[in-house]
Design a protein around this ligand. Structure first.
Ligand SMILES: C[S@@+](CC[C@H](N)C(=O)[O-])C[C@H]1O[C@@H](n2cnc3c(N)ncnc32)[C@H](O)[C@@H]1O
Length: 234
């Protein structure tokens, strides 16, 4: 619960803003974003109210970039309420454009670090989480900026329901090893890989992101990890 949470370190290291927004993107931020923005005034969010009582379960995507994956999931899972976090405002504007095109109304957005949103989510409130191509921060002096930390894994374990899926992908070999090392140390998650090499492929309900496409073009292959939130009282 937020009352008991340890004080957060500074959590945001990436860019907040890129090229000047085009007219339609500015409109998306000024007119549509306020309607689908996650309000963090309350201590704990009431997800049922946030999604107007229309969602059967809730998913979270952390760092959605330009939102290809999130828009695809929203379109293919209309009964799911999807929370998206992306501090980069240009990405938020691009995603809002995509949501408008496909007519998706089951998405709510947070334009800050995901850590802040996670602090406001109730225990056992999410059924799925996605962390796709989080910044790898390759220099060892920057490793402390990586999203995958003991503290963030514990936060995800708290908000995910028993047996929830957590998908994590990276194209960075060292970050891949870092992710596995941290996740395998956690008592709250199990790695789902059932056969050697399964982590080399995405399932059909896991579309490609913009960052992944760029990595592939530049000759870097990606890894796809699926973790399962272990039942609390097993
Ligand atoms: C390498 S990009 C990948 C974007 C997208 N997932 C993709 O695969 O195309 C990483 C994204 O994470 C976002 N990000 C960085 N720190 C974050 C944080 N603490 N919470 C949420 N998003 C964050 C960045 O703004 C950036 O858009």
């Amino acid at each position: 619960m937020i009352e008991q949470a340890a004080p957060r370190r500074h959590v945001l290291f990436g860019r907040r803003r890129g090229k000047a927004l085009r007219k339609n993107q500015r409109q998306a931020i000024e007119e549509i974003f306020p309607q689908i923005r996650v309000p963090l005034e309350e201590t704990l969010l009431d997800l049922n109210t946030l999604f107007n009582g229309k969602a059967q379960e809730y998913w979270l995507e952390i760092g959605f970039g330009a939102g290809e994956h999130l828009a695809w999931q929203a379109h293919h899972n209309p009964n799911v309420g999807i929370l998206g976090c992306e501090p980069f405002i240009n990405g938020v504007a691009i995603l809002i454009g995509k949501l408008k095109t496909i007519g998706a109304t089951n998405v709510r957005l947070h334009n800050e670090a995901a850590e802040l949103l996670m602090d406001h989510l109730p225990d056992e409130s999410l059924h799925k989480g996605f962390l796709l191509f989080a910044d790898p921060w390759p220099k060892s002096s920057h490793h402390k900026r990586r999203f995958v930390t003991e503290q963030n894994i514990a936060a995800l374990a708290r908000i995910l329901v028993d047996n929830a899926e957590l998908r994590i992908a990276t194209d960075h070999v060292d970050y891949g090893a870092w992710i596995l090392w941290h996740m395998l140390r956690s008592d709250d998650f199990r790695w789902e890989a059932e056969s050697p090499g399964e982590w080399r492929f995405r399932s059909e309900d896991w579309p490609q992101t913009r960052y992944e496409a760029k990595a592939l073009k530049e000759g870097r292959k990606s890894v796809y990890f699926t973790f399962r939130r272990l039942p609390r009282h097993s």
